[in-house]
Design a protein around this ligand. Structure first.
Ligand SMILES: [Zn+2]
Length: 375
């Protein structure tokens, strides 16, 4: 991982490189961020920078054997600890620690180093509970860092989400943070520094990452997705400068475009009093799975909200994606506010019925009829 692969964060990258060049890197650093600012890849890139023998221009070379080992996360002096929990295969009696998830960790970081906590839990199959960094993990961290460096250089321990560390584990690590063995660096990467145990925080130098600038993030998004620069700027702008949030929003909008058509059919049917269109609408929707039906209702609710805001004369705060603006503008000119309020109730009722496993045809025929009578 090179600094160049991380979106934005120019100032911190410069500071880190300068600290490394001048040999004054603290032995314990806490990187704080909002999810999606890139603190985890930044910590990895920093360790790589400190280890690369051919660094230049404020970044590691990216091609030497050391950089290659860092890129694959197989450098023997690069260690990770992250929250884990028992799974179907790694049961509680095996005392789950990060090492038991090493191959999963390498795999997912290889795909997406802007990993969110939830994505990690889903990937290892513990999505219904939170992971922890417990005392067994702390013992393992101490043991690994007491070993000599394998390649004769610095040793690194990156602790991802130290807010998941319990008191017992924190107590065990305090001494290590205070007086780490020589040439040992501990980087903590937190999304909730206010929840990290204070005795840990007080022993670290703190770096706070800032949101990526809209233009920088938009450039990354246009590379990743088939979207126009205008759309990319829109998503970057409403994501609050977070790459993972932008990605989630773009993926949700992909779902939206799937539901644009049935909603348009329903509204046209209501506006032109064309019952055939209403029947076409509910027949199509009722063949979808429950999850998709839920998403349709959520999309339609979002449509009503955006339409109301547009009618109020403030479309710029409706956060409507560029591709949907014409659609919203058109219906904002045609739908009465009273209908929008009524539609809101009808859709919420449909959502409740979906949860109660009511027959889909009944739910959407009822929804179509209510829309028809209200418009
Ligand atoms: Zn290198």
């Amino acid at each position: 991982m090179q600094f160049a692969e991380i979106v934005g964060q120019k100032k911190i990258k410069r500071q880190l490189a300068a600290m490394a060049d001048e040999g004054r890197v603290s032995h314990a650093i806490l990187f704080c961020e909002e999810p999606g600012y890139g603190a985890l890849p930044l910590a990895i890139a920093f360790a790589q920078y400190m280890s690369c023998p051919s660094k230049e221009g404020g970044d590691s070379c990216g091609t030497c054997p050391t950089c290659n080992k860092f890129r694959k996360l197989i450098h023997p002096d690069l260690h990770f600890a992250m929250p884990v929990s028992s799974t179907k295969t790694i049961t509680a009696d095996k005392k789950p620690v990060s090492d038991l998830f090493a191959s999963e960790w390498r795999e997912i970081i290889g795909e997406n180093c802007y990993l969110t906590e939830q994505e990690w839990y889903e990937f290892i199959g513990i999505e219904n509970k939170s992971g922890i960094i417990g005392v067994n993990e702390a013992a393992l961290i101490s043991r690994k860092l007491s070993l000599r460096s394998f390649e004769g250089g610095n040793k690194f321990m990156i602790i991802w989400l130290p807010e998941r560390m319990n008191q017992e584990a924190a107590n065990k690590l305090l001494k290590l943070l205070e007086e780490p063995p020589p040439e040992t660096f501990i980087f903590l990467v937190s999304e909730a520094p206010e929840r990290v145990i204070s005795t840990i925080v007080s022993r670290c130098q703190i770096f706070k990452l800032t949101p990526a600038e809209t233009e920088e993030l938009a450039a990354e998004l246009t590379e990743e997705y088939d979207i126009t620069p205008d759309e990319a700027r829109f998503w970057a702008g409403i994501s609050g400068g977070s790459l993972s949030r932008s990605r989630a929003l773009i993926s949700e909008s992909g779902k939206e475009s799937e539901f644009y058509q049935p909603l348009a059919v329903l509204l046209e049917g209501c506006a032109t009093k064309d019952l055939k269109k209403i029947v076409q609408f509910w027949e199509e929707i009722s063949t979808l799975g429950r999850e998709k039906q839920r998403t349709f209702c959520e999309y339609a609710l979002e449509f009503l909200r955006r339409t109301l805001i547009t009618q109020a004369g403030t479309p710029e705060v409706s956060n409507t994606p560029p591709a949907q603006r014409e659609f919203i503008k058109y219906w904002a000119g045609r739908l009465k506010p009273a209908f929008l309020v009524k539609g809101y109730d009808v859709l919420n009722k449909a959502l409740a019925d979906i949860d109660r496993n009511v027959n889909s045809k009944y739910i959407f025929a009822d929804l179509g009829n209510r829309f028809f009578l209200s418009l």
